[in-house]
Design a protein around this ligand. Structure first.
Ligand code: NAD
Length: 380
């Protein structure tokens, strides 16, 4: 069938298998062009099918020749409904990896569940013996623990917060007021996006003796500028990220090389859902592209593993890996805040890279990719 994008606000309900494959191929080529790295041989990537997790997997496989085992939560196509982009990305990655002699297996299931952890452990025992790296890159709206379902929220804490935002349905700049999360909502967000499940994974892998001593483990976080503090760093998601950071310290005490990597703000399925952030991202893209310092997920993750490979990690005073160094440079942030203060509906097209935002958004679902003929029938 011919597959077209069906966009509803910040989500696209279709995905293009050929476009997704092309993006994965491009990311692989990028990593190959940057040369060989070392340091990881067998990695588990939790949240491997999109965004930072997919970029981590590609960097590990094609930079370090690592065997990769992945966990994702995606849907295959059925009838005339397309699969999710994460599904197509993973099928493409597995196809390229097999052709290049790289081990790549993926479990499609709920990473929060005990069943998924047991299934992964069995595969490691059977195929790999032990893994020496665990990348934790989940971005999920909910987590089920027994009968209880926790739902994460993207709200502020303390006082309601009002600022500019962009309505992605019509590219209109407007004001949004974000209400504070209740204590229960904050607790639920920490349950979903904090470090409890990361620690549960590490504990389960250790107990089954499928984790190398002194293994590397990294989870991803974001800090960003003061403009987005109330909705991110100091919001409900920020509380979860603080918990994730505390968990990294606990994991170090358990003998792992555990890190939080603070990554750059980028268009992914998760970040598109956060109020205020898409407008900030489109201004950031404009400034960083003009500066020649713009990076996507693959550039970020390739650079992070290059630092790991060379032993020259860019750590801050708290021991966090700072991949957001270019985003947070005073020069970039100075320009961003100047634009933020003056941006309005009239000057918006020239002040923000909204076209770049939408290009990245469509590419997440395999659309708008150069060289793909979208008039052709494809197998979904
Ligand atoms: P994403 O939405 O692109 O990918 C999320 C991944 O998690 C997918 O592979 C999905 O299949 C998987 N997943 C979701 N629920 C799952 C479940 N229950 N079981 C198994 N897999 C599941 O997200 P992303 O933006 O790449 O975010 C990954 C991490 O990076 C998050 O911790 C996020 O906070 C962090 N981060 C993102 C940004 C950004 O701007 N996008 C910036 C800094 C840090």
């Amino acid at each position: 069938m011919v597959v077209e994008p069906k966009v509803r606000g910040f989500i696209c309900t279709t995905a293009h298998p050929v476009g997704c494959e092309e993006i994965v191929k491009r990311e692989i080529e990028y990593v190959k062009s940057k040369g060989e790295l070392s340091g990881v041989k067998k990695a588990l990537v939790i949240g491997c099918s999109m965004g930072y997790g997919l970029a981590s997997r590609i960097s590990l496989a094609y930079g370090m020749k690592a065997a990769t085992l992945g966990v994702m939560f995606d849907k295959p196509g059925s009838g005339n409904k397309t699969g999710t982009s994460g599904w197509y990305n993973t099928k493409a990655f597995e196809k390229f990896a097999a052709a290049d002699g790289l081990y790549a297996k993926t479990i499609n299931g709920d990473a929060y569940s005990d069943e998924c952890k047991q299934e992964i452990i069995e595969i490691i025992k059977r195929d790999l013996g032990k893994v020496d790296a665990v990348i934790y890159s989940l971005a999920a709206p909910r987590r089920q623990v027994g009968e209880e379902v926790y739902k994460s929220v993207l709200k502020t804490t303390g006082e309601p917060y009002t600022n500019k935002t962009i309505d992605l349905r019509n590219n209109a700049i407007s004001e949004v007021t974000i209400e504070p999360a209740t204590p229960e909502e904050i607790e639920a967000t920490v349950k979903v996006m904090g470090g409890e499940d990361w620690e549960a994974w590490i504990d389960a892998l250790k107990a089954a003796d499928v984790l190398e001593d002194n293994a590397l483990t990294i989870a991803y976080s974001y800090i960003g500028p003061t403009i987005t503090y109330p909705v991110y760093y100091e919001g409900s998601i920020g509380r979860a990220k603080a918990h994730l950071f505390e968990t990294s310290k606990k994991l170090c005490e358990k003998g792992l090389r555990a890190y939080i990597s603070v990554n750059k703000a980028l268009v992914t399925q998760s970040s598109a859902a956060i109020p205020v952030v898409p407008l900030y991202i489109s201004i950031l893209y404009k400034v960083m592209k003009e500066n020649g310092t713009h990076e996507g997920c693959i550039e970020q993750m390739q650079r992070m593993f290059e630092e790991i490979s060379s032993g020259k990690l860019n750590l801050d005073s708290e021991g966090r890996i700072r991949m957001d160094d270019l985003e947070m440079s005073p020069e970039v942030q100075g320009k961003v805040s100047e634009i933020w203060n003056s941006i309005n509906q009239e000057n918006f097209k020239s002040c923000a890279d909204i076209d770049g935002y939408w290009k990245d958004f469509y590419e997440l679902f395999g659309f708008g990719v150069d060289g793909v003929d979208y008039t052709q029938d494809v197998e979904v």
